[in-house]
Design a protein around this ligand. Structure first.
Ligand code: ZN
Length: 591
């Protein structure tokens, strides 16, 4: 996502659009040959996630060993039409793939796992290590990409100790809107690094398993060189709200709703889904589950014991009419306003089985991720227009963030007592807010590292940390999931251009031998200008086209070149005249 960033940073990073599963790298990428570290230094490189909320991915390097933590994607903002996801630029890692010892995934949210199907094959399919529910979600997703047979996914136990090259990993449970989230204590040859992302402290979580304070305190007691910690809510005072408080809020909604409840949340938000099932049981409502990812994730979580539901509480859509509206809750995907998800389709009354009716209560249980605000607003409006009562984060505290607030963040720092501190997971301003907290707790400013994507922090054997001078490309790679291949993508893009600015066809009759234009060019326009009222513009365009041919030397016609020149020059001319960029289609007829 291209957003506000530190002063002096270019607004637009090198980016490239790629079709499904393919990657092309920006030509402008930085020369990475200078990017070599002393073999005795630990290097930590956030590849993504420190300039945005999303596409989290961090690399650790020591000697010949590389390990990767998380492999997420980000959602695009409105300036990227047709783009589904953004992943970090992994060119440097591809060049060094032989050194990759493994990938550790902290939890199953897509901003930490969504990049796996796109990135993993380019890195030679290194093994993945994670907790069981996350492993289940990753497997399911890789099945959809027909990749599960080649992936090496290892489900660990929280008390396992994992050694990969020069690194040794221990895990501690944290609370989050995902039941299986872990923090990492990484023992490296220069000291211990604690990696804690997407966490909060919750003494009364839905699954009854609070964060492992005892382990965290012990790790801190043994001495920690660097703490890397979640900055999402670093600007928000107070403590994170417990899931128990949220359960009470959801109970109140279930009690008050007179008709059906349509409850939208992330399909990966297993804690929230558990709460919906709990409240449904309490208030005698049957649950209809809509959306493929929602159905699949519930099945996985049930089979692994991460979700506990009453028998027979789930019913099929067709069975809904057997029950009064007040005994129904419909669980759907699409809480971020995603156009293709169930909630948006229901809101546009395009869903084949669920139609909104008066008396329905729609609950949208998440705060829009920056960039998604407009889509969420449009879904809320559509739901209201169809007659639903809408509850969302602004008129109901239905979304307790899964991320630590200031007081929790300070508690973590106090337990870990690191020498160095690196705020991660957030926009630049969130990292700065987190750095302020660290300063308040006595960590000297020169020991705090606020990073950009692709920058490296280096720590030597004397435990001295500094920012490395060279950096690796920190750009974005765009994933267009609509295109099933190159052709698909071209088609989609053409449609977008035509939908926006229309089409402009120029028919040229050219002498095969001389390459000269032998009659007046013909012009057709659709969705761009109305031909009858635009005589003058059409005349001028014809004139411009003729000029292009006059400037061209004699010789055999090169049709590819003719088409390209006409497209570029007339495109530019039309833009100057109309400030629009229709699709220009030069048709060359030779005689
Ligand atoms: Zn998360």
């Amino acid at each position: 996502m291209i957003r506000n960033r530190a002063a002096g940073k270019p607004l637009h990073k090198p980016t490239i659009a790629v079709p499904h599963g393919h990657t092309v790298h920006p030509q402008t990428s930085i020369n990475t040959s200078k990017f070599t570290a002393s073999r005795q230094n630990l290097r930590i490189i956030p590849m993504g996630g420190v300039e945005e909320v999303g596409e989290n991915m961090t690399v650790f390097e020591y000697g010949d060993d590389l390990i990767i933590i998380d492999m997420g994607f980000a959602f695009p903002d409105e300036s990227m039409p047709g783009i589904d996801y953004i992943i970090p630029d992994t060119k440097w890692l591809e060049e060094n793939k032989r050194r990759i010892r493994g990938v550790i995934i902290t939890h199953g949210h897509l901003d930490h796992t969504g990049g796996i199907p796109y990135i993993l094959p380019k890195l030679g399919d290194p093994p993945i290590y994670t907790m069981p529910l996350t492993a289940g979600f990753i497997k399911k997703r890789l099945e959809e990409f027909n990749m599960v047979h080649r992936a090496k996914i290892n489900a660990l136990h929280i008390d396992d100790v994992l050694t990969l090259g020069a690194f040794q990993f221990k895990f501690f449970r944290v609370n989050h809107s995902f039941p299986d989230g872990v923090g990492l204590a990484i023992k490296t040859p220069v000291g211990t690094v604690v990696y804690a992302t997407d966490w909060k402290f919750d003494y009364t979580p839905v699954d009854g398993k609070p964060a492992e304070f005892d382990k965290i305190a012990r790790i801190g007691g043994d001495g920690v060189l660097l703490l890397m910690s979640d900055s999402t809510n670093a600007a928000v005072p107070g403590y994170a709200i417990s899931e128990r408080e949220l359960s009470e809020t959801i109970d109140r909604v279930f009690q008050a709703a007179e008709g059906r409840i349509i409850f939208a949340t992330f399909a990966t938000n297993i804690s929230r889904i558990q709460q919906v099932f709990n409240s449904a049981a309490k208030f005698n409502r049957k649950v209809v589950v809509i959306g493929r990812s929602m159905v699949q994730n519930i099945e996985i979580a049930l089979s692994l014991g991460y979700l506990k539901i009453q028998p027979k509480i789930v019913i099929k859509t067709e069975q809904m009419k057997k029950f009064p509206d007040k005994n129904i809750v419909i669980l759907v995907t699409g809480s971020q306003g995603e156009e293709a998800a169930a909630l948006a389709r229901i809101a546009r009354s395009e869903h084949k089985t669920i139609k909104i009716k008066k008396g329905d209560t729609a609950v949208v249980s998440s705060t829009p991720i920056p960039g998604n605000e407009a889509s969420v607003a449009s879904v809320l409006s559509n739901l209201t227009r169809e007659g639903a009562k809408v509850l969302y984060y602004k008129n109901l505290d239905i979304h307790t963030s899964g991320h630590a607030k200031q007081e929790d963040l300070k508690l973590m720092m106090s337990l870990i007592k690191p020498k160095y501190f690196m705020p991660i997971h957030g926009e630049h301003y969130m990292l700065v807010a987190h750095a302020e907290l660290a300063k308040q707790l006595g960590i000297p400013e020169e020991n705090i590292f606020i990073m950009d994507n692709g920058q490296a922090m280096e720590i030597n054997s004397a435990q001295q940390g500094k920012l490395a001078e060279a950096k690796i490309p920190g750009g974005y790679v765009f994933i267009d999931g609509l295109g099933v291949g190159d052709v698909g993508e071209v088609v989609i893009r053409d449609r977008q251009v035509m939908a926006k600015d229309g089409m402009f066809v120029i028919i040229l009759t050219v002498d095969r031998k001389t390459g000269k234009l032998i009659s007046q060019p013909e012009i057709l326009s659709r969705g761009f200008i109305y031909m009858k009222g635009s005589d003058e513009l059409i005349r001028e365009v014809k004139h411009e086209v003729r000029k292009l041919f006059e400037n061209k030397g004699r010789g055999e016609a090169n049709y590819a070149q003719i088409r390209q020149t006409v497209r570029d020059q007339i495109g530019e001319y039309l833009y100057q005249k109309t400030e629009r960029r229709p699709m220009i289609l030069p048709v060359v007829m030779e005689v």
